[in-house]
Design a binder for this molecule. Sequence first.
Ligand code: BGC
Length: 419
Amino acid sequence: MKKSFLLSAAVALVYSQIGTIQAATDKEVEVVHWWTSGGEATALKVLKDDMQKRGFGWKDSPIAGGGGDQARTVLRARVASGRPPEAMQMLGFNIQDYAEEGLLGNLDSIASKEGWDKVVPAPLSRFSKYNGHWVAAPVNIHRTNWIWANKEIFDKLKLTPPKTFDELVAVADKIRKAGYIPLAHGGQAWQEATIFDSAVLSAGGPKFYKQALIDLDPKALGSKTMEKAFAQMQKLRGMMDPNFSGRDWNVATSMVINGKAAMQIMGDWAKGEFLKAGKKPNVDFLCFQYPQTEGSFTFNSDQFAMFKVGDDQAAGQMQLASAIMDKGFQEKFNIAKGSIPARMDVSGDNFDACGKKSMADLKVALKNGSLLGSFAHGHAMPESVKSAVYDVVTKSFNNLQVTPAQSVQQLVKVVEDSK
Ligand code: BGC
């Protein structure tokens, strides 16, 4: 009698545990993202932990590949087969594309309850909202016109951050002569495009960048100034080691961290790698703007877009959106990620020197119109035009036989054709 009672109690317990597991699974949110490097994973953990504290499980769906090209391809396939995730990391125009297709959910209720409109600057919310409705929650503001440098090499060779492109060329010569690789790079289209953001800004300044890469003005695209940008790219290519092809961006960053290479031109997610390796700004590494881009700010903002799913999952999506927009989260996450908050009301006190500089420059750029969407990271032009321009940039970069004048001609043509 006693035995059978124990048995049925045990069975009941097992069932109740299954019930709990089931409930936990029901309260799970699937998030597709491409944050797989050391620094990125550390930052993401802040969000995973916060979701757990809110009582939601995190179904992690990472798709490796810096810049997110692979993740976007996988998402397209999942959407086509009717299996979108609840949330997806997205950039700029890509958010607008999915919203236009009517696939994204509406976050207005949580956005108005939490007053997002008051704290998210317009150049960001322009991508988070579609037809006036919130469809994505912005996590951060990244900046692409940075150079990351190994301080020990700079000190040893008595180098200071170059202010002009010619100075950069001279600094690179000295580094090469001293036996180091001047520039660490990973030969992937998006990494070349990231450098191109800076080259265009450096060659022509913020107004030119806007005319060419945002307004897609054929005159600016076909100009001598644009030739200069391609010429800079080809010069930069000569500062790299011969094995850059296919290298991941974080592997290139580790070359700077380990003192094999002196510099990397990369968005400030690179800082996440330095921090993860225990390195400190102005002690172990330097951060400065690509020459002749000081004061300007090419930005991209990671956002989480929520797909239209059943009502059951909507609660989890709202919690995720609320967790992302939490002030404390935005501080903690962005300190680890290398970016700065998407909310303008987060104090910069706990950010390091590079973060503080970015926050100060952002404020100025917001006022004087030098806050510019990054072409490389989907914030300057629609996706279809972006891919066509990517091709022109990589072709020029990987084939020095193609002259800057030829690249400019191709640029005008592909933009015209894909508009
Ligand atoms: C994203 C960053 C990410 C980087 C490298 C960019 O497109 O905005 O968050 O760290 O790609 O993967």
